[in-house]
Design a protein around this ligand. Structure first.
Ligand code: PLP
Length: 456
């Protein structure tokens, strides 16, 4: 115990530590970090662990923590996974031109909610609904924080304390945090499951209708596919059953393509085409295939959109000026037919082009890291973001063979590079899919790989 007290007394005083830093350091932040650091020191001493107590080493540690804190925790990363719309990496990259235009709108004042004609309060949704209506053929539309919020708002508005009919094959969970049955419960809607996991027929929906029914919902199977003996009810049939029984029909389109999306043998029908079915409402995400900011778009019948606007909950799901500015700019690109968004370039690159890109990178790496086995290989990429879940996109990349004991260590170093690099690990090699690597990042990628392979 005497030892412990003696050691505790050796811990530098807060004031002494503060004196080690000049005025360019924030005193308040230093104090905040010192408290934690000294608390850890006391803990170590009490547990009988060895710990540095001299003021020099503690202030070095403090400086590291200070600089790390200032650096923050959100970084640009280089995505070598080949998954184009990766939720962990912020989904669709936003177009730089669109972002530049938005800068002017958000770094000053704008007429976000102001009617310039009348000189009075206006409507924020207008700036995007004009474009959404044009691009989807919908009568009207609104934008909320994300598609989960869109689903929630629709269910809460049209099905609170009423029944929503959904096929058992479409009770989806996406990304672990969006579970349709739970969102439904929170919205106050009552789930009426019909059909079976693999087969649902029109008659199942009709038999599910009773005096409590208010809405029939269909969901895009964003991250799975039911194969084998299956039967599914088309949007046309859902729309027509709903009309016949006086219910609202709603399609959660998930990724929501503004234009028909073809890739390999996958086809995602555009929202405009989906509306040809006669469905009343469609919702979809802004940051998946669309290539815009995080938001949820609800489009459809004007009277129904009007009801959504009257729901007080909309106020809580309201999008800000940044989202609206970037969405407006992204949608404008579709209107002008400019297919040069980052996500367009990723989907356009064919495997020949990707092979060449891989060769170029691999050749440099082979020169610099002569004792390693490095080469190029065919890979399978994915769209991600709930579009074409089963589609494997032909891609190319670089492999680096490593000893098993080195694989995790190098992958971790790559993640800790100044610009973190995320690759795939497969058996005894690291894989770098180049389809999701931007041209401007290639040199950084090479530097990062070299740095990570070097012995510690
Ligand atoms: C992605 C997705 C959602 C959730 O959308 P967020 O924009 O992530 O909130 C809901 N439904 C479907 C079918 C989806 O694919």
């Amino acid at each position: 115990m005497g030892d412990v007290n003696q050691l505790l007394r050796k811990i530098p005083k807060v004031d002494e530590l503060l004196k080690m830093f000049d005025s360019s350091f924030s005193k308040d932040l230093l104090k905040y970090l010192i408290n934690d650091l000294l608390e850890e020191k006391r803990g170590s001493i009490k547990r009988g662990e060895n710990t540095e107590l001299d003021i020099q080493s503690i202030s070095t540690e403090l400086k590291d923590r200070y600089l790390n804190f200032i650096k923050g925790s959100l970084f640009r990363v280089i995505n070598c996974t080949g998954i184009a719309i990766h939720t962990n990496f912020g989904r669709s990259p936003i177009d730089e031109d669109v972002f530049d235009d938005a800068k002017e709108l958000v770094c000053g004042y704008s007429n976000l909610e102001y009617d310039l004609e009348k000189g009075e309060r206006g409507e924020r949704y207008l700036h995007c609904s004009n474009y959404i209506n044009y691009l989807t053929g919908a009568e009207d539309s609104i934008v909320v924080n994300n598609n989960a919020a869109a689903v929630f708002l629709i269910l809460n508005t049209f099905a609170k304390e009423c029944e929503v009919i959904v096929s058992r094959g479409e009770l989806i969970e996406i990304g672990g945090s969006f579970r349709l049955p739970e969102v439904m419960m929170e919205s106050g809607a009552i789930l009426r499951e019909v059909g079976t996991t693999n087969k649902t027929r029109p008659i199942d929906y009709i038999n599910g209708i009773n005096e409590k029914s208010s809405l029939i919902m269909k969901s895009h199977k964003s991250n799975y596919k039911i194969v084998g003996f299956t039967e599914d009810v088309s949007l046309e049939e859902i729309a027509s059953i709903s009309k016949k029984y006086g219910l609202v029909s709603y399609y959660d389109a998930g990724s929501g393509a503004i234009e028909d999306f073809f890739k390999g043998d996958c086809f995602e029908s555009s929202i405009k085409n989906n509306f040809k079915s006669g469905v009343d409402l469609i919702s979809f995400s802004g940051d998946k295939l669309l290539g815009g900011p995080q938001c949820g778009i609800i489009a459809g019948r004007k009277d129904l959109i009007g009801k959504l606007k009257k729901n007080q909950i909309l106020r809580m799901l309201r999008v800000d000026k940044l989202t609206i500015s970037i969405l407006q700019g992204t949608l404008r690109k579709y209107i002008l037919n400019k297919k040069d968004k980052p996500i367009d370039r990723i989907f356009e690159a064919d495997s020949d082009k990707l092979k060449k890109k891989s060769k170029r990178i691999a050749n440099i790496l082979k020169n610099e890291l002569a004792d390693l086995e490095i080469g190029i290989t065919e890979l399978k990429g994915f769209t991600g973001g709930g579009a074409c879940p089963m589609l494997e996109i032909e891609s190319y990349g670089i492999f680096i063979n490593l000893k098993e004991s080195d694989l995790q260590r190098v992958a971790r170093k790559l993640r800790n590079f100044t610009t973190p690099i995320i690759c795939r690990i497969e058996k005894d090699r690291l894989l770098f899919d180049v389809s999701t690597v931007f041209e401007k990042d290639i040199n950084i990628l090479i530097e990062g790989i070299k740095w990570s392979i070097e012995k510690d």
